[in-house]
Structures are given as structure tokens and as C-alpha cells.
Ligand binder design. Structure first.
Ligand SMILES: NC(=O)c1ccc[n+]([C@@H]2O[C@H](COP(=O)([O-])OP(=O)(O)OC[C@H]3O[C@@H](n4cnc5c(N)ncnc54)[C@H](O)[C@@H]3O)[C@@H](O)[C@H]2O)c1
Length: 321
């Protein structure tokens, strides 16, 4: 199914610091890299309570308090910490300043440290309203404060590339990532929960908005592949290259769960009509990405979420050390 290079190419000698390591992508990436023999350290300020078990201890620390000395012995920093709510970025102006301040701090600390590589979490949201595939070279048209912050961080990355040319700074533009232990506000877990709660999948707007969905297992494999590259790409899309409309996502989940119905509610401000990753650059650098079928991925997420909910009801999740 996949020709993506992963385990054999991950540099097992490297030491990786993950920021936002208690978050959805962070804890899954930490588990994956650890399984491959990579030394992984994680920091998180827990401003977002973890929605799944932590595979390794995560230091309770705000990224904005890190110093270059904290990166001693670290080869690679994967910076995932952020407030990622798009609607939240409209409601709370501090969201943008939090993210941009955090990203700038990471770049400055990294530049002053001995660490060699920094991979920043970008987002498809920077593409804004476009028709067809989203390519890395497309003009950025952010339509939310959250996306403006991520676009500004990419510009800051350019600034620090010129200040520290001997180092590598890459940006991974994530498209929508889903999995059983994702926060409940994202589209897939919201529908997975809804079918077993009041049975109503609430679609914002007409449901024709298309999303490029990648299962978390595939996403961490792609991330591990990027991290194993001889040189980090300056910008690379990480997605599936397939678009599915929100109405179809709801319909598939209702079919998998065997229960549920759809209701339409008000649409979001400035909602983007379509995200669709052009995966040409990733393929050219690393070969075909993992291509888990969406129905199979959603069914696995459904099973995982039922298990997680049952476990969470029985015992509280792990917390910071
Ligand atoms: N999940 C997706 O589909 C998706 C899509 C596009 C981009 N992204 C980006 O990927 C990254 C990871 O996303 P995620 O889904 O794991 O999000 P998440 O909300 O699950 O995790 C983010 C983590 O960052 C932590 N954090 C926030 N600010 C911090 C700070 N100043 N210091 C320390 N910790 C801090 C939070 O407590 C949280 O645990 C984010 O940058 C997000 O913007 C995610």
C-alpha cells in the first residue's frame, strides 16, 4: 500500500525535543519515534488538557520559558505547541499573540542553541480560499487570525534561516489529521461522539466544504520520514491528497456506527470551502505517502474512540510529572 520510507531511515542516534508533546499529534509522534529507538523529550504547558494517554513523561513547561541551555544535547526540535482553534482565534485576540510569541521564542532559542534542526507545525489554513490543489508555492491567503499567525511564523522562519544559515528550519503544513484520541472540537471526533451521545451530527453550513483527512498513524509516519531526511524541506505539505466533503464524513461515520442523523447549523465565519493537499513535493522527496483508506481509518478511529471513552470513564488520564 505504501512505499514511504520510515523505520529504516530514522536516525536512531538523534535526540528530539517535542513541544506540545501532550497534544494530539505530539503524543502520537512521541510514541512512534520512541518505538523506533529515537530519544524523545517532551514539554507542554497543559493549557489544553490531554485528550489521550501520554506515552512518556512530559515536562510541565511553557515553551516561552525555554532557554538555549535547555536544548543542550538535543539534535532536533519539533515545535507543535499552539492554540489551534480557528474559531477561537476570532473570539480571543490573545490566541494570535500567544502562538506568534511562542513560535518566535522557539526560533530565537533554537538559533542560539547547539540544536541543528527545527521542524515547525504549519497548517493548510495558510492557503485560504483556493480552487483545486494546495501547492507549497501557492500564494498564502490566510482567512483567520490563527492562519495569519502560522503564515507569519513561516516568514519568521525565513528571517532565522538567514540569521543561522548553518541550521535547518523546516515547516510541515499539516492538513486535517484525525484519530481516536483527538480533541472533541475537531470534525471527526465531534461526529464520532455525537452518534453515541444525542445521535445528531451537526454540520456547520451546507456540508459541501471539503477536507483533506489523514489518519494520525499515517501522519506520524510522514513526520518521521521528514525528520529522517538528509535535509529538512523548507516547506512540505503533509496530507492525503484526497478531498472529502463534511457531509460525506458524517454519512460514513453514521454508517460505521450504525446510528445517527445529520442536522445543519450556522456556518463558521470565513470558513474555507476546500482543502486539498498537492502531495507532489512529498512524493518527489520521499516516495508515495501512506495511503490508508478513509473508511478504514474512520472505522479504526470509531473503535479506538469507544475504547478510549470506556477507559476514561473507568480511570482518569495521566497528567504531568
Ligand atoms: N491536528 C490537526 O489537524 C492540525 C492541522 C493543522 C495544523 N496543526 C498544528 O499542529 C500542531 C499540533 O496540533 P495538535 O492537533 O496536536 O494540537 P493540540 O491542541 O492537541 O496540542 C497542542 C499542545 O500545545 C500545548 N501548548 C500550547 N501552547 C503552549 C506553550 N506556550 N507552551 C507549551 N505548550 C503549549 C497545549 O497544551 C497542547 O497540549 C499545532 O501547532 C497545530 O496548529 C494541527
Amino acid at each position: 500500500m505504501s512505499t514511504v520510507k520510515t523505520a529504516s531511515t530514522v536516525k536512531t542516534a538523534s535526540t528530539v525535543l517535542i513541544t506540545g508533546a501532550a497534544g494530539f499529534i505530539g503524543r502520537n509522534l512521541a510514541a512512534h519515534l520512541s518505538e523506533q529507538g529515537v530519544r524523545v523529550f517532551g514539554v507542554d504547558n497543559f493549557c489544553v488538557p490531554p485528550t489521550g494517554p501520554l506515552p512518556l513523561p512530559v515536562e510541565h513547561r511553557d515553551v516561552r520559558d525555554l532557554t538555549p541551555e535547555d536544548l543542550r544535547g538535543v539534535d532536533t526540535v519539533v515545535h507543535l505547541a499552539a492554540l489551534k482553534s480557528v474559531p477561537g482565534s476570532f473570539h480571543d485576540p490573545a490566541n494570535l499573540t500567544h502562538n506568534l510569541g511562542t513560535d518566535h521564542h522557539v526560533l530565537a532559542v533554537f538559533a542560539a542553541s547547539d540544536a541543528r534542526r527545527l521542524l515547525l507545525a504549519g497548517t493548510c489554513e495558510v492557503y485560504g480560499q483556493q480552487v483545486g490543489h494546495n501547492r507549497e508555492d501557492d500564494r498564502l491567503r490566510p482567512r483567520s487570525p490563527y492562519a495569519v499567525g502560522k503564515a507569519a511564523t513561516e516568514m519568521l522562519a525565513d528571517v532565522y534561516r538567514s540569521l543561522a544559515p548553518e541550521k535547518e528550519i523546516g515547516v510541515a503544513r499539516f492538513f486535517n489529521t484525525y484519530g481516536p484520541d483527538e480533541g472533541a472540537d475537531a470534525v471527526v471526533p465531534a461526529f464520532l461522539d455525537a452518534v453515541h451521545e444525542d445521535g445528531v451530527c451537526r454540520i456547520e453550513g451546507d456540508g459541501e466544504q471539503a477536507r483533506d483527512l489523514t489518519h494520525i498513524g499515517d501522519m506520524v509516519r510522514m513526520l518521521a520520514t521528514v525528520l529522517a531526511a538528509d535535509r529538512l524541506p523548507e516547506v512540505v505539505n503533509l496530507g492525503s491528497g484526497q478531498a472529502t466533503c463534511v457531509r460525506e464524513i458524517a454519512e460514513r461515520i453514521i454508517e460505521i456506527a450504525g446510528t445517527g442523523r445529520i442536522e445543519h447549523v450556522a456556518s463558521r465565519p470565513n470558513e474555507i470551502h476546500s482543502f486539498l493537499a498537492d502531495m507532489g513535493r512529498f512524493r518527489a522527496l520521499f516516495g508515495a505517502g501512506p495511503g490508508r483508506d478513509l473508511s478504514e481509518g474512520l472505522a479504526a478511529a470509531h473503535r479506538g474512540r469507544l475504547l478510549l471513552t470506556a477507559r476514561r470513564d473507568a480511570e482518569p488520564t495521566a497528567t504531568a510529572r
